[in-house]
Design a protein around this ligand. Structure first.
Ligand SMILES: [Zn+2]
Length: 205
């Protein structure tokens, strides 16, 4: 490492959770494509990040789909405002805090008579906690990091959220090779999506 401190080292996993979630809806040629449009696809997304357990059925996730969609819209609105140089509104902060509050949980010691030993379990709704984890990633990003680096891709056919980690801080596109050259968007889109899916599948902690 050299001595440059243009960008500070950041815990990538936490930050990427809200970015990845915001980017589960993407524009393809200007048409919105939702990659978590139903209970089973959203469950798969949450499972890949360790946010729900195997025993949570897709039907339970489907029942709370609107809560996740509201959160995603909120994350995108707050990030877009921030990217435009304006702080999130008091109302937006209130909405985010409500999501954080609904994710409240505690731990409980239980004695399993059959196994003859203690276990520690978590009490509280798993899905509200999953939403709180995503909201918490955004909250920590806004509180702890250089908010000026939060961007919305300048390609109107893309609009992905990203964090500009370049030394100059002048990046305008989520991916230079893809959106930096709009003529190549269609050809590169599938490649980037595959790359991101692979990265997502490895988990972000
Ligand atoms: Zn882009």
């Amino acid at each position: 490492m050299n001595d440059q401190h243009d960008t500070q080292p950041e815990p990538v996993g936490e930050r990427e959770l809200f970015l990845d979630f915001a980017n589960t809806v993407e524009l393809s040629g200007g048409v919105a494509q939702d990659h978590v449009a139903d209970g089973s696809s959203l469950r798969g997304w949450l499972r890949a990040r360790g946010l729900v357990s195997a025993r949570t059925p897709a039907s339970a996730v489907a029942a709370e789909l609107s809560g996740f969609q509201d959160l995603r819209a909120l994350v995108r609105e707050m990030a877009a405002r921030q990217a435009g140089g304006r702080s999130p509104t008091a109302r937006q902060v209130q909405r985010l805090n409500r999501v954080l509050r609904e994710g409240v949980h505690h731990h409980e010691l239980r004695y399993d008579a059959r196994g003859g030993r203690f276990t520690v379990g978590q009490v509280g709704g798993e899905l509200p906690q999953a939403r709180a984890a995503i909201a918490g990633a955004l909250a920590h990003y806004l509180a702890d990091h250089d908010v000026d680096r939060l961007r919305v891709c300048a390609n109107d056919g893309c609009r992905w959220l990203f964090v500009d980690a370049s030394p100059t801080g002048r990046r305008r596109w989520c991916d230079m090779r893809v959106c930096g050259n709009r003529a190549k968007v269609a050809r590169h889109r599938a490649k980037v999506a595959r790359h991101r899916a692979r990265r997502g599948a490895t988990g972000t902690g």
